[in-house]
Design a protein around this ligand. Structure first.
Ligand SMILES: Nc1ncnc2c1ncn2[C@@H]1O[C@H](COP(=O)(O)OP(=O)(O)O)[C@@H](O)[C@H]1O
Ligand SMILES: CC(=O)N[C@@H](CCC(=O)OP(=O)(O)O)C(=O)O
Length: 292
């Protein structure tokens, strides 16, 4: 076993200095996936990391998922969760569960944890100030003109960044549940990766970090792909290497990179303090997505 001395600790701390200098005043959008909310210790660690980033001058904005947590409540009421192309088929009853779990339980749990560690978190859904405008999403079917209806699932029409920017400027930490709304006030279930990617774009974020339950994007032999560009991603889509929940994740990561977000990463949220390691150290964790 290696022992960490006081000098090692000091070195580790001072390694953070150039990153703090580089990212002060910069917006960092963090997608906290439901699969990375495994236990209390990890959730506490995540909340501490977010508070630390805020205290050293960055603007962390949290977008959370909660897919497994929605499945759990659906199970309890005897309903089975169904996904097509990484998107949940959402009938009216499922939408009620989605709003309860994402807008209620998961959102408030993260807000409360961040506040417990000294941050000032504020929970929002797209219903607040109608800031995430959505329209019904249809998936592409097997033939080119076939569209698949998956219920009350939304795609983003636009995001108004002003509420989030006001909260940032007043030292609050926005914690956002991926629920959108249309002009008539109808709610839509939106994949959290899509909300995080679009939010990073409209906030002109420096970084987008997608925290999930796998070390990063893997090739067919299970090797971690540390860097991916648009061309390689097209190949991985075409040969079926990327599937399920990784489909919307990579698409929104690539869209964010193409729209000017400087660094986009998919990292393993099951590693304690993965967020700090990504932002403040040299340890390159996970997969970095670049437009070119
Ligand atoms: N090529 C791939 N590399 C890594 N994960 C992949 C790949 N293709 C599909 N996946 C799946 O995508 C999952 C991550 O997506 P998802 O379950 O939606 O996570 P989250 O809840 O964090 O958004 C992984 O756990 C893995 O099962
Ligand atoms: C349309 C759609 O699939 N919405 C997702 C929203 C939550 C989410 O994205 O959660 P994770 O990030 O934990 O997977 C769902 O209902 O599961």
């Amino acid at each position: 076993m290696t022992t960490i001395t006081a000098a090692d600790k000091a070195n580790i701390l001072s390694e953070a200095l150039p990153y703090i200098q580089r990212f002060t005043d910069k917006t960092i959008v963090i997608k906290y996936g439901g699969n990375a909310m495994i236990d209390e210790e990890l959730k506490e660690g995540f909340a501490q990391d977010v508070v630390l980033l805020k205290l050293v001058g960055m603007n962390p904005v949290v977008v959370h998922g909660g897919g497994p947590q929605i499945n759990e409540l659906l199970d309890r009421i005897g309903k089975k969760g169904e996904f097509i192309q990484g998107m949940r088929v959402t009938d009216a009853e499922t939408m009620d569960v989605v709003e309860m779990v994402l807008g209620g339980h998961v959102n408030k749990e993260i807000v409360s944890l961040i506040n417990k560690h000294g941050g000032k978190a504020v929970g929002l859904t797209g219903q607040d100030g109608h800031f995430i405008r959505a329209r019904k999403m249809f998936l592409k079917g097997a033939s080119s003109d076939e569209l698949v209806d998956i219920g009350q699932v939304g795609e983003i029409e636009k995001i108004d960044p002003s509420i989030v920017s006001h909260l940032d400027a007043a030292d609050f930490i926005p914690v956002i549940a991926p629920i959108g709304v249309d002009a008539s006030g109808e709610s839509y279930n939106i994949n959290a990766d899509l909300v995080a990617g679009k939010l990073a774009e409209v906030l002109k974020a420096e970084k987008l970090i997608l925290m999930t339950n796998i070390p990063g994007v893997m090739d067919k032999d299970g090797n971690l792909l540390t860097k991916l560009t648009a061309r390689r991603i097209d190949e991985l889509f075409a040969d079926g290497t990327i599937s399920g929940g990784m489909l919307p994740k990579i698409s929104s990561a690539l869209d964010a990179a193409k729209s000017g977000v400087n660094s986009v990463h998919i990292i393993d949220g099951r590693v304690k303090h993965a967020l700090l390691l990504e932002v403040l150290t040299e340890a390159g964790v996970g997969t970095m997505i670049r437009a070119r």
